[in-house]
Design a binder for this molecule. Structure first.
Ligand code: NAP
Ligand code: GLV
Length: 306
C-alpha cells in the first residue's frame, strides 16, 4: 500500500524521506510516477491538477499539505472522501512573526521612509499611532493572532462566521457585523478561508467602512479581496496602505498595477509556509487513522469549505 505526494512544482525529497522514516513499511511515491495507482490509499495534496485523484480507486483520505483547502475543494471531480488539513503550532508561530514584522514596519513608518529614500529626502517622523487591530477570521490562525496582538498591548476586535467569546477580544459575527468589527481599526488583518461565501467579500463597501488611515493586511487568499476595489479605495484615500501576501492569480502577473502602487507592499505568499519537519508526524498519524477507518486529525468540513 502506498501514499502519493501530489504537490506539483515542488521538490519533495525531504517530505518523502521524512515520511518514509515515520512509516518504514509504506511506499511513499511522488505523483505522477506511481508504481500502481490501485495501491495508493492516502494522498498528500496541494494545488492538484483537477481529476488526478480519480484514478486512485483505493484512496481512503485526502491530506491537504497546507492550512487552506480552497485549491483542493475547487476540483469539481474531487472524490467524496474525508479531507484533513494542516494545523501546526509552527505555522501559527510563523504567521504571528510575519504579522508582527508587518505591523511594526507600518508603526515605524518604514513605508514612508522607504519612499523618501527613493527621492533622497531626509524628513523625520514619529511612529504611527496604531492602537486597534481587527482580525477577520478567528480560527486556528486568526484566534492566535488576535491573542498575540492583545498581549502586545493593542485593542483587538475579531470577526467570524459564528459568535465567539474570546477573552479580551471584542468579537463580532456574520456579514451584518463586519463593518462594526473594523470601524475603529487602525490595522485590519484578513485570515479568512476562501469559500464561496468569502470570495470577493472584501470589496468597495468593505473598504468604505475603514478609517482613512487604516492599513489592510491580507495573508489569507487573494480571491477574498476585489483587487480593483482595493486599488480604487487606495486611490480615493479610503485607506492608507495595504500589505498583500496572497493574490487571486499567483505568481502575481508582472502587468498587475499592484506592483507599482506606492501604498502597496507585496510579499510572495510567504507569511506561513508549511514546515516539513513539524508536520510529518500529523500526516503519518492521519495515514494510520485512514487505514483504520478512524476520524482524521484536523478534519475539513467539505460542504462549508473550510
Ligand atoms: P480556520 O481555523 O478554518 O478558521 C477560519 C475562520 O474564518 C473561522 O473563525 C471561521 O468562522 C471564519 N470564517 C469562515 N467563513 C466565514 C465567513 N463567511 N464569515 C466570517 N467568518 C468566516 O482557518 P485558519 O487555519 O485560521 O486559516 C485561515 C486561512 O489562512 C486559511 O484558510 C488559508 O487560506 C490562510 N493561510 C495563509 C497562509 C499564507 O502563507 N499566506 C498560511 C496559512 C493559512 P467560525 O469560527 O465561525 O467557523
Ligand atoms: C498556505 O497558504 C496555507 O494555506 O497553508
Amino acid at each position: 500500500m502506498s501514499i502519493a505526494l501530489i504537490i506539483p512544482d515542488r521538490k519533495l525529497d525531504d517530505l518523502q524521506q521524512r515520511l518514509q522514516q515515520a512509516l518504514p513499511d509504506t511506499r511513499i511515491e511522488i505523483w505522477p510516477e506511481l508504481h500502481d495507482p490501485a495501491e495508493v490509499e492516502f494522498a498528500v495534496v496541494w494545488k492538484q491538477p483537477h481529476g488526478c485523484l480519480n484514478g486512485l480507486i483505493n484512496l481512503k483520505a485526502i491530506q491537504c499539505f497546507g492550512a487552506g483547502v480552497d485549491s483542493i475543494l475547487a476540483d469539481p471531480t474531487l472524490p467524496n472522501l474525508p479531507v484533513s488539513r494542516i494545523v501546526d503550532p509552527a505555522l501559527t508561530e510563523a504567521m504571528i512573526g510575519y504579522l508582527d514584522g508587518v505591523v511594526n514596519y507600518y508603526r515605524l513608518q518604514l513605508d514612508v521612509f522607504s519612499r523618501q529614500q527613493q527621492q533622497s529626502v531626509w524628513r523625520p517622523k514619529s511612529p504611527r499611532k496604531l492602537n486597534h487591530i481587527a482580525v477577520l477570521g478567528l480560527g486556528e490562525l486568526g484566534g492566535a493572532v488576535a491573542n498575540h496582538f492583545y498581549g502586545s498591548g493593542y485593542q483587538v476586535s475579531g470577526w467570524a462566521r459564528s459568535g465567539k467569546s474570546l477573552k479580551n477580544i471584542q468579537c463580532f459575527a456574520g456579514e451584518g457585523q463586519l463593518a462594526q468589527a473594523v470601524a475603529a481599526a487602525d490595522v485590519v488583518i484578513c485570515l479568512l478561508p476562501l469559500t464561496p461565501t468569502t470570495e470577493n467579500l472584501l470589496g468597495e463597501n468593505f473598504f468604505s467602512t475603514l478609517k482613512p488611515a487604516a492599513i489592510f493586511i491580507n495573508v489569507a487568499r487573494g480571491a477574498i479581496v476585489d483587487e480593483q476595489a482595493l486599488l480604487a479605495a487606495l486611490e480615493r484615500g479610503a485607506l492608507a496602505a495595504a500589505c498583500l501576501d496572497v493574490f487571486r492569480q499567483e505568481p502575481l502577473s508582472s502587468a498587475s498595477p499592484l506592483w507599482q502602487h506606492p501604498a502597496v507592499l507585496i510579499t510572495p505568499h510567504v507569511s506561513a509556509v508549511t514546515n516539513v519537519s513539524t508536520v510529518v508526524s500529523q500526516i503519518a498519524d492521519n495515514y494510520r487513522r485512514a487505514q483504520q477507518g478512524s476520524a482524521l486529525l484536523n478534519p475539513v468540513d467539505v460542504v462549508r469549505g473550510y
